[in-house]
Design a protein around this ligand. Structure first.
Ligand code: BGC
Length: 739
């Protein structure tokens, strides 16, 4: 156990989709699922490039599965190597989280009795993000005539919502590259293709070379849309043959569309050799881990699983592009089609705000760029300001499907209401912009962009607020809060309070701007039409917002929540499915059972506002009502933080491990669809804000560590206002540096 390697030693076809998700590798520009180079029946071969969306039925738009760079077939004296052919004698797959290299070692016997050891290694270069590298080392036991087929497969299909296959790419051209004098430039192969609807052009280039062993022949096989190089190599008994394959991608999002192929060819030509490409990649990873790594001593499982979750965040994070976001399933699967949710702002962003502010800024800039989409959505609904879409892709329009096939019976459709009425996301985005500002002290960004996000969402909230004449209060009715077991509810506490926070903060931001950035203040006042009458209305909304609560301090999930049926969760055991799957959508709606604990979530976000007693009261009330095991994967990490706050680090540990294991153990049975990104981001928050007890305000930060008993050490780093801080804790002492 070195704390850095995720290993699989038994191959089981039945679990292949789960393992494909786990062994996803990437570099923030693209990611590729852990399918096998030679292919396997029913594999879900995907490479997703950030921002390359295309129209799709039901879901409006989805990430287009890009041409596949993995194909590498191997034939031994005519027998094709495959995990489902011949006999797999030994198998091991290992993902090295330290540098993102995925290795598979197989000892294999063909049906004819040929034995060979084959080692595949691959990585998506973090140093040169357009480049992906693959190498195979083949050692046959007896002298063998080995043939290899290396391709780029342009017939990349996506899995549709009903299991159908969708094509997104229109073939444009392919061939062997020629140099300026008409000769072949090292015989590299290219493919040019384009998405049907969004018209993104993509150029891919492939360079293949035999670096050990004797290459006898090489042929270009001009199969349409699958340009292929056929190699014949001869290996003596026990001799190792090494073949390397380098592929590069460029799209018209990166360069002029006439240059996509050239740029890709240049990239593969620029590779000196494997060791060099790997060394550059490893050096880039070292820098990432310097900022991001968390050390847990005394708990090997937690250590490795946490690094795995952080790795998933790091391979999904856009480092140079602020036109993209991170989808709820990162770039690792077809789930949610690459769409971004509040998962980014509330669950993933804190990790980046505190460890990689440049990435946080990219993600927030994405929202700022797409304000026009949010304004259009508000307008279409009859409101002013910016109403962000529940699901967002490349244009900022709402891309939540309104109908999807029923999860139990695909011949039926279910109406999805979240795009219409799960409105809290606008406040979540405003909250995140503010949090970035507080932690980074980036006043320039805030005056230029962050303030506008907060002001324009406030404008929406003030317009959306409904005045209840009888009760003399503002309300938000017919909404879905974060807890999606209850839809069409009135006055969800989380939504109302965060909307109120949004408007109140907007007023404070305006005052700050007037003082510190008067020019921007004036511009925004005019551009957003923030007249005195409008601001007076904002103050009224803040003052008279209805926040449903009992006199004893219990915050109500939503108005009338207590009228729902009380159900003892234990009475539903044993179960391996969610409360909603068990009781049905309507059935769950009628109970007090929660998919995720809204109220506790709110208490976490606005943690400086609640007394310890009030947190305890609400914790005790909502914890037994929450479907921790099979409800939302977003819940456990936050529940862990709240358990720490009420002084229960051992309960916290249980929730934390549930979050950590979400994908590694496929806790909810849907890891096939991709990584649970919010859960992964949440695990970092559980470490830092839960066990570490970090609290940050504009005046500084404090720690109140509460480690699980068996942890010997917890160490992490973060940036506060540009300054690095190192936290090193054990169960007795907290040591910090860099304050
Ligand atoms: C959760 C949402 C989440 C979405 C995407 C849903 O199941 O309830 O809170 O935003 O998944 O992860």
């Amino acid at each position: 156990m070195n704390g850095w390697t995720v290993t699989q030693t038994v191959f089981d076809s039945a679990r292949q989709h789960h393992h494909e998700t786990i062994f996803t590798i990437g570099n923030g520009y693209l990611a590729t699922r852990g399918t096998f180079e030679e292919g396997h029946p029913q594999d879900r071969r995907t490479t997703f490039l950030h921002g390359v969306f295309d129209a799709a039925p039901f879901v409006v738009t989805e990430l287009a599965n890009a041409p596949d760079w993995l194909p590498l077939e191997i034939f031994f004296n005519g027998a094709r190597f495959g995990m489902n052919q011949g006999t797999v004698r030994e198998f091991e797959r290992a993902l090295d989280l330290q540098n993102g290299v995925l290795t598979r070692r197989v000892m294999w016997d063909s049906a004819q009795g040929e034995r060979a050891t084959i080692v595949f290694e691959r990585f998506c270069s973090l140093a040169a993000p357009h480049l992906v590298c693959l190498r195979v080392s083949i050692t046959p036991q007896h002298a063998a005539d080995i043939k290899l087929r290396a391709s780029i497969n342009g017939i990349a299909l996506s899995d549709g919502t009903q299991g159908e296959k969708l094509a997104h790419w229109e073939f444009l051209a392919q061939g062997l590259s020629r140099d300026a004098w008409g000769g072949e430039r090292e015989g590299n192969v290219f493919l040019r293709t384009r998405t049907f609807h969004s018209q993104v052009e993509l150029g891919a280039a492939m360079r293949v070379q035999t670096t050990r062993g004797k290459e006898l022949t090489r042929e270009f096989w001009d199969a349409r849309n699958v340009p292929t190089l056929l190699l014949r190599v001869n290996a003596e008994a026990g001799e190792t043959v090494v073949v390397e394959k380098y592929v590069a991608y460029f799209t018209s999002r990166d360069v002029e569309k006439t240059r996509v192929v050239d740029a890709a060819l240049n990239q593969v030509n620029a590779v000196r050799d494997w060791d060099d490409a790997l060394a550059e990649n490893s050096a880039a990873w070292e820098k990432e881990w310097e900022r991001t790594d968390v050390v847990i001593e005394g708990d090997d499982e937690a250590q490795l699983a946490l690094r795995f979750n952080l790795f998933q965040m790091l391979i999904a994070a856009p480092r140079t592009d602020d036109r993209v976001n991170i989808g709820a399933k990162t770039l690792s699967g077809f789930g949610y089609r690459g769409h971004a949710f509040w998962d980014t702002e509330i669950f993933m962003l804190p990790l980046f705000i505190y460890t990689a502010p440049h990435i946080a800024k990219n993600l927030l800039n994405y929202r700022h760029r797409l304000l026009s989409g949010a304004r259009a959505k508000a307008k279409a609904n009859g409101y002013e300001g910016a109403q962000f879409p529940w699901e967002s892709a490349d244009t900022g329009e709402e891309v939540t499907p309104t109908w999807v096939p029923h999860y139990l019976d695909r011949s039926k459709l279910i109406r999805i209401w979240t795009g219409d009425i799960e409105i809290h996301i606008s406040a979540d985005i405003a909250y995140a912009a503010h949090q970035y500002w507080v932690a980074s002290g980036d006043d320039a960004w805030f005056s230029e962009k962050g303030a506008e996000l907060i002001l324009d969402t406030a404008k929406f909230w003030a317009a959306r607020a409904e005045w209840n004449e009888t009760e003399q209060r503002y309300e938000y009715n017919d909404v879905i809060g974060p807890d999606e077991y209850h839809d069409h509810v009135n006055n969800n506490y989380y939504t109302n309070r965060l909307a109120q926070w949004n408007v109140q903060t907007a007023l404070e931001v305006l005052a700050w701007l007037k003082q510190h950035a008067p020019h921007e203040a004036e511009q925004l006042l005019e551009q957003l039409d923030l007249s005195p009458a409008r601001l007076a209305k904002w103050r009224d909304v803040v003052e008279k917002m209805y926040l449903p609560a009992l006199p004893n301090g219990l915050l109500l999930q939503f108005q009338d929540f207590l009228e729902r049926k009380e159900v003892d969760l234990a009475s539903l055991e044993p179960r391996v499915i969610s409360v909603q799957a068990l009781l049905g959508i309507e059935g769950a709606n009628e109970t007090q059972l929660l998919k995720q604990p809204d109220v506790l979530m709110l208490m976490y976000l606005l943690q400086n506002e609640f007394s310890h007693e009030q947190v305890q009261l609400n914790y005790d009330f909502y914890t037994p009502r929450t479907d921790h095991t099979y409800g939302s994967s977003l819940g456990p990490a936050i529940q862990a933080i709240m358990a720490c706050q009420v002084g229960k680090p051992d309960d916290a540990y249980e929730h934390f491990m549930r979050a950590l294991r979400a994908d590694l153990y496929d806790v909810r049975g849907n890891a096939d669809d991709g990584i649970h990104a919010a859960s992964a981001g949440g695990t970092w928050q559980a470490i830092v804000f839960g066990f570490g007890g970090l609290r940050v305000t504009r005046d500084g930060w404090t720690l109140e560590p509460r480690l699980p008993k068996h942890w010997k050490r917890l160490a992490f780093r973060f940036f506060y206002r540009g300054k690095p801080a190192v936290v090193d804790l054990d169960n007795e002492n907290a040591k910090t540096q860099g304050t």
